[in-house]
Design a protein around this ligand. Sequence first.
Ligand code: RIB
Length: 308
Amino acid sequence: MYDMDDIGDYDLLVVGSANADLVVGVERRPAAGETVLGTDLTVHPGGKGANQAVAAARLGARTALLARVGDDAHGRLLLDSQRAAGVDTGGVRVGGAPTGVALITVDPSGDNSIVVSPGANARLTPADIRAADELLGRARVVSLQLEIPLDTVAEVARTLPPGARLVLNPSPPAPLPADVLAVCDPLVVNEHEACFILGAEEAGATPEEWARALLALGPRSVVITLGAQGALVADGEAGGLDHVASPKVEAVDTTGAGDAFTAALAWRLGLGESLSQAAVYAVRVGAAAVTRKGAQEAFPTAEEAGSL
Ligand code: RIB
């Protein structure tokens, strides 16, 4: 049996993916059947799980990552980035398949298109989660995304120690079991993810409608990220909707901004802030993250986020 005193070793445990991001800048992202020329290729540490862990650690959170990388150069790049940010990598398994890779094009407005080859991420199994029960038991907040198998995500949700809080960003979106949805506090989605989960017919037309419809599916709370417009917060217990505005910034590259937002939100919730308070902080972190190129390299320190 755990209580908050027992589970205070980590502010945040991220369970998720780690990818090498292979990035090309383009004037225009290609349509179906089209070929475009781009910039020289650059390789960066990425992956939604690894990004969240670095984002939280850079802000000052005591952070651990549970993930799987290959025994290869990309895996070492990812581990180096985690360790440089101060993330505890004792939960990162090595081997079984090549490290995951994300093929990313970024256009001049900072928008991107991403294709992920999961590689080792697809080999992070429910057995890996059961073997890490001690790590899970030491985190105030556990954050998940969907670049690892859904069975593995469900195992985390089903074995979450009492007192720990679960944050889930269902990206890329997939149908979620009711018992997983029921422990999300919050479910963090963008417009595409909200409409996927609700079904195009049922989704409604506004973020307020999406938030109410998502809450009706069972999560304890919902946060809808709205890019430059900030975020909409829906706390099932407190009731009501709260719109949180984002500071205005010049977007250079939006890659990983959602991961930085979710990491900041999860960390601040673990410190005891309300969902709205945590979202006010998280939109600043997300905004700062779009002002520089890349994902992990672009994430702000607490001081940089505070200066926006
Ligand atoms: O959310 C951004 C991330 O998505 C990238 O770093 C890429 O690896 C993909 O996982």
